[in-house]
Ligand binder design. Structure first.
Ligand SMILES: Cc1ncc(COP(=O)(O)O)c(C=O)c1O
Length: 353
């Protein structure tokens, strides 16, 4: 057995008991409310956790990129939702190839996307299931009104090679009622037009425990819930004790009384602040503030700390945003009660194509 503090740094540690507890908590909640879960694997990018979520009751997985879908399909996962506008011949070819070996569905928010998908699937043995992405308040992709959702759903339903799969949204955090209202209006409009959405897919971790309030949704796609992070804790989604991913870093310099430098910079912790102060929480020194990051150095302000770390000391840091950290490391170390049990490759890291 290797103690985690013997692991070389910077390194990512994943507490598997916490992962299991986070997966179970969400699945229990979903079961209690008759909601299906389709977890987003972008947070961990590991087939084993995707499969574990499905063993516990998830109906499939969500991915953000074709590359992630390919890795998960290779690992034997056959129910995949890719809520993204797939455009261009190269990607459409890959999507068609994937659809021949797994059940995959996608989203569209424009006629251009629908036309490309239809051209690629017109002669496919099975129609491709296409959801209409709805912007219910997030201000990212998505049709802008329930009427526009109906118009695009009709396009999809009439397009050769495609089947209308339903409605999908990635909602703005905290706007649960507005999201629900938007989707209800869209569902009513589509149903009156004879195109009742078979599935309504809602998502996100910040409002996961309020997912049942969006009664019109048939499924939920949480991602970060599996690891949690400093941002989710700030949003009240979980406690610090639920955070399963930590970055292990070494203090490499103490240039002044109040400054420590660690070997984890933006290439380990990411630059994401998500509106918070500091680039992560140092478990053993919660008063310390990671005030700055260059690529390979993290600068810590220790002025509020009574006890201060020494050169060579290893620190565990809860990052602001766990999902991006997963993409930065070739491997993660799975730990149980602070002992290393296995080091595994992050199979879908870097698959941003
Ligand atoms: C389309 C989509 N669905 C689901 C998720 C999962 O959200 P979260 O990480 O808040 O759980 C994301 C996150 O980026 C997303 O973009």
């Amino acid at each position: 057995m290797t103690d985690i503090f013997e692991i070389d740094t910077p390194a990512v540690l994943i507490d598997v008991d916490r992962v299991e507890a986070n997966l179970r908590r969400a699945q229990d909640y979903a079961d209690q409310h008759g909601l299906k879960l389709r977890p987003h694997i972008k947070t961990h990018k590991l087939p084993r956790f995707a499969k574990r979520a499905m063993d516990l009751g998830a109906i499939g997985i969500t991915v953000q990129k074709l590359g992630e879908a390919e890795v998960m399909a290779d690992a034997g996962i056959s129910e995949i939702f890719l809520p993204y506008n797939i455009l261009g011949q190269a990607k459409l070819k890959r999507l068609r190839a994937l659809a021949e070996r797994v059940h995959i569905s996608v989203t569209a928010d424009s006629v251009e996307t629908v036309e490309g998908l239809s051209a690629a699937f017109a002669d496919a043995p099975e129609p491709l299931s296409v959801f209409v992405e709805c912007d219910t308040g997030m201000g990212r992709c998505g049709v802008q009104s329930p009427q526009a959702a109906l118009d695009l759903a009709q396009r999809i339903a009439a397009a050769p090679g495609l089947r209308f799969g339903g409605l999908m949204t990635y909602p703005a955090a905290g706007q649960v009622a507005a999201n629900a209202q938007w989707l209800e209006q869209a569902k009513d409009l589509l149903t009156q037009a004879g195109l009742a959405p078979p599935t309504i897919s809602n998502g996100g971790s910040p409002d996961i425990w309020r997912a049942h309030e969006v009664q019109v949704a048939t499924e939920h796609r949480p991602g970060t819930y599996i690891y949690m992070d400093r941002f989710q804790v700030a949003k009240g989604v979980g406690a610090l004790e639920d955070c399963a991913l930590t970055v292990l870093a070494t203090v490499v310099s103490r240039p002044t009384e109040h400054r420590a430098i660690i070997d984890a910079g933006s290439k380990a912790l990411t630059s994401d602040l998500l509106g918070m102060t500091g680039h992560g929480l140092i478990e053993a020194y919660p008063e310390a503030v990671i005030v700055g990051l260059s690529e390979e150095h993290g600068t810590i302000d220790l002025s509020a700390c009574s006890k201060k770390p020494k050169i060579g000391e290893k620190l565990r840091i809860i990052p602001n945003h766990a999902c991006v950290v997963s993409n930065l490391f070739e491997t993660v170390h799975l730990i149980v009660r602070d002992q290393l049990v296995e080091t595994v490759p992050v199979a879908a890291r870097g698959r941003v194509d």
